[in-house]
Ligand binder design. Structure first.
Ligand SMILES: Cc1ncc(COP(=O)(O)O)c(C=O)c1O
Length: 406
């Protein structure tokens, strides 16, 4: 077990080796999180499909597969990444939202489980495939849950899923084309805190399941919240597992059959494993604030600006010292504050900051905004730290551009 100071030196060495800014992922934290899920839900037959959108580097996908997870993909490109990472088609669920129907057709060709989230796509599916290919249906339970409004997906104004009020229309289309509905799906929102909300979504699916005799799977989505700072309230996973065990048993008894329960966590699995390491380029004192400017910004980690997310920031170049209050800001020509009013040891230009909980929706939402290349990524697993994505350069910014024939 490494001491905090050994861990900091190791991270600083990686920055020396691979440059700054740098995304670094600890595979053992991914393993710990997967094991926590398996243990919390161990009281019933379940399967974890890792939500690729959270962090889709091929090596991370491979690790998650080795840890026994399936994959939740929201684009046909994520499906292909999953296949490349070695997932079997049967271990992938494709849940597109407003994707062209050709992606659904391609997923069927590849033998992937498909989840449909509109009446129009359901009808097209029926017309094209009838009873020849099983299907999941994503329902919108009209429950308000989730942290920031932008990650609430199961409420009545949300674009996701088929309204639970339209269940009779789903039944009509399913009957007309004899569609084999093998699964029902719901995802109420990310970062929910109350197990009761999750169970409410579950009971809506149990009731809906009565309409579809071929159901073998019920997918409760995800949204398990992790701590971003000390004292943060998180989803009570173990408590949720216990309550779900009871509700699944009751459902199975009433339905007179067994089902497998699916989950598709992203943030829970990879948030804590990741840190974005960046270097202080400017210490700027103004009449009102002390700014630490760094060689990264919302182009690499958009969560603070997009979701008002709080990410703990640590100065890994200093071990103690007098603390000061800083606003940590990026190098993008845009207000891109990474952390407001953070107490850090007195910081100098050249110091390296570690932004915590950067594994989920960090690199995967990164862009080349301001024509800034994206950082390199490193994965640590079983004593090896290995580069899993090269830092981009000017050639990457020019790739695919075609010059106008002036
Ligand atoms: C359908 C679906 N499944 C799973 C997830 C993963 O959610 P989380 O990262 O909160 O676990 C999301 C997140 O947006 C989602 O929309």
């Amino acid at each position: 077990m490494k001491t905090p100071s050994e861990k900091r030196s190791e991270l600083l060495e990686l920055v020396t080796q691979y440059g700054s800014p740098l995304y670094i992922y600890d595979g053992h934290i991914i393993e710990r999180q997967v094991n926590r899920l398996k243990s919390a839900f161990g009281g019933f037959d379940h399967k974890i499909h890792y939500a690729a959108k959270a962090l889709s580097n091929l090596s991370v996908l491979r690790l998650v597969r080795l840890l026994g997870c399936g994959l939740d993909a929201v684009s046909i490109q994520e499906v292909h990444l999953g296949l490349k990472a070695g997932f079997l088609p049967d271990d992938i669920l494709f849940t597109p939202n407003n994707a062209p129907f050709s992606e659904v057709e391609e997923a069927v060709r590849l033998g992937i489980h498909v989840n449909i989230d509109s009446l129009s796509a359901l009808r097209k599916f029926g017309q094209k495939f009838g009873d020849t290919y099983p299907l999941f249906v994503r329902l919108n339970p009209h429950i308000l849950a989730g942290g920031n409004p932008k990650i609430q997906t199961g409420h009545i104004d949300s674009k996701f899923g088929i309204s639970i009020f339209q269940l009779p229309e789903v039944e009509e289309i399913v009957a007309e084309f004899k569609i084999n509905v093998e699964g029902l799906h719901v995802h109420t929102g990310s970062e929910f805190l109350d197990a009761g909300v999750f169970l409410q979504g579950a009971s809506i699916l149990y009731r809906a399941a009565a309409s579809f005799p071929d159901i073998r799977f019920i997918d409760f989505g995800s949204g398990f919240k992790v701590a971003y700072k000390d004292g943060d309230v998180v989803t009570p996973l173990e408590e949720l597992g216990k309550q779900l065990q009871q509700s699944v048993a009751e459902f199975e008894q009433k339905a007179g059959k067994k089902v497998q329960i699916w989950f598709e966590p992203g943030k829970f699995i990879v948030s804590d494993c990741g840190q974005l390491l960046c270097t202080v380029t400017t210490v700027k004192k103004t009449p009102t604030s002390m700014f630490l400017g760094v060689d990264s910004g919302l182009n690499h980690l958009i969560r603070p600006m997009m979701y008002d997310a709080y990410h703990t920031i640590e100065n890994i170049s200093r071990d103690g010292g007098n603390h000061q209050i800083y606003n940590v800001v990026g190098y993008i020509c845009e207000t891109d504050t990474l952390g407001y009013e953070r107490s850090l040891p007195e910081t100098k230009e050249g110091d390296v900051l570690a932004i915590h909980n950067a594994g989920a929706y960090g690199f995967s939402m990164a862009s080349q905004y301001n024509s800034r290349p994206r950082p390199a990524e490193v994965l640590q697993w079983k004593g090896v730290s290995s580069l899993i994505r090269e830092r981009e350069n000017l050639d990457d910014l020019l790739k695919g551009q075609v010059e106008f024939p002036f």
